[in-house]
Design a protein around this ligand. Structure first.
Ligand SMILES: C[S@@+](CC[C@H](N)C(=O)[O-])C[C@H]1O[C@@H](n2cnc3c(N)ncnc32)[C@H](O)[C@@H]1O
Length: 330
């Protein structure tokens, strides 16, 4: 039985469906979660949706409703970094559309035992895929320098060094194994939040979650896998929830939709080339005030949509995407 969890309210689905209309053919939902996007795509006219998620919980929860879609909904557990391989293994080597709705689901966040939340005490876990190195491993074993880099680069935490130092001092006394313990250590390093400000541990928890799940590496690989799998005319729609994620998507699409030349601080002068995507529309789409009022999680969401051209896929370097080059535990 799936554990008790609040349903995940889907963000920006209406905007996606408007931007990619008419929906038909085979789509891949790389972040299946509670299935809100997959259902929306099937209802809008997709023949098939391949549902990818790294969390077994997503498929466990879909058990209750997925059968009504029969073979139009194909479950493909795994990470979206290899979405082209997952789609090919399911029998669909080329796709009409790919959607990604980044980050954690409400079900993951709300379950204390998953360890994502500083508001609900639980084991310090944070693994979306429920396997591999946990946040507890990272927090107790990473060097002080690596912890500071993670907090700074993945959380934009200005007090990164101070917090890393406090973590190292605390773990010398006792292993840090609970979210509440870690939140307490971080809170002591920072001024109390003023009304309307986010909890002091917000940025650090985001940073540790990104590191544990290699979220930026997954995103960089996933965008390139989508480029390889999409048919000419196929749509890519990505919803992000913070500026660091959006920057990676924006840089990827700017690079792959460019015709070369130019040159910038991040990119050397390039030879003229045919773009692999066209941006549709050019800028990111934000939620309407009404959606934000109904679902506060939508507040920071941004949607970017692009259409694949016939140009063959090419790899994109980490530099172009602006991925911070920081080490890992392994
Ligand atoms: C924000 S939720 C998606 C919610 C979904 N759109 C819905 O309407 O229910 C993100 C989901 O993506 C999954 N996820 C995050 N990163 C992933 C990755 N790299 N590969 C596969 N699944 C991932 C998470 O486990 C989570 O279930």
């Amino acid at each position: 039985m799936a554990p008790e969890a609040a349903p995940h309210i889907r963000v920006l689905l209406g905007a996606i469906l408007r931007a990619v209309a008419p929906v038909s053919g085979t789509w891949l939902d790389g972040t299946f979660g509670a299935g809100g996007y997959a259902r929306g795509l099937l209802e809008a006219g997709a023949d098939k949706v391949i549902a990818v998620d790294r969390d077994p919980l997503a498929f466990e929860m879909a058990g209750a409703w997925s059968a009504i879609w029969g073979d139009r909904l194909v479950m493909a557990p795994g990470t979206f970094s290899s979405l082209d391989e997952l789609a090919a293994a399911a029998g669909f080597p080329s796709l009409d559309g790919v959607v990604l709705d980044l980050g954690v689901s409400s079900m993951q966040l709300d379950q204390a035992e998953r360890g994502f939340s500083f508001l609900r005490d639980g084991p310090l876990d944070m693994r979306m895929g429920q396997a591999g190195l946990s946040a507890e491993d990272l927090v107790n074993e990473a060097s002080e320098a690596l912890l500071a880099d993670i907090l700074y680069h993945y959380g934009e935490e200005r007090a990164a060094r101070r917090i890393a130092k406090a973590i190292v001092a605390a773990r010398a006394e006792a292993r840090i194994s609970r979210t509440g313990q870690l939140a307490g250590i971080i809170e002591k390093c920072l001024p109390r939040a003023k009304p309307g400000q986010s909890h002091p541990a917000t940025r650090s928890f985001q940073a540790i979650r990104i590191a544990v799940n290699d979220e930026f590496g997954q995103l960089a690989e996933g965008l390139q896998a989508a480029e390889r799998a999409l048919k000419p005319g196929g749509a890519l729609a990505v919803v992000t929830f913070h500026s660091l994620e959006d920057r990676i998507v924006k840089r990827f699409l700017q690079d792959r939709a460019s015709t070369g030349g130019g040159g910038s601080r991040y990119q050397p002068e390039q030879a003229a080339r045919a773009p692999a995507f066209t941006l549709t529309p050019r800028r990111a789409i934000a939620p309407e005030a009404e959606e934000i009022a109904q679902n506060p999680r939508a507040r920071s969401a941004k949607l970017r949509v692009a259409r694949r051209t016939e140009t063959p896929a090419e790899p994109v370097s980490r530099d172009v995407l602006g991925l911070p080059d920081i080490g890992g535990l392994t």
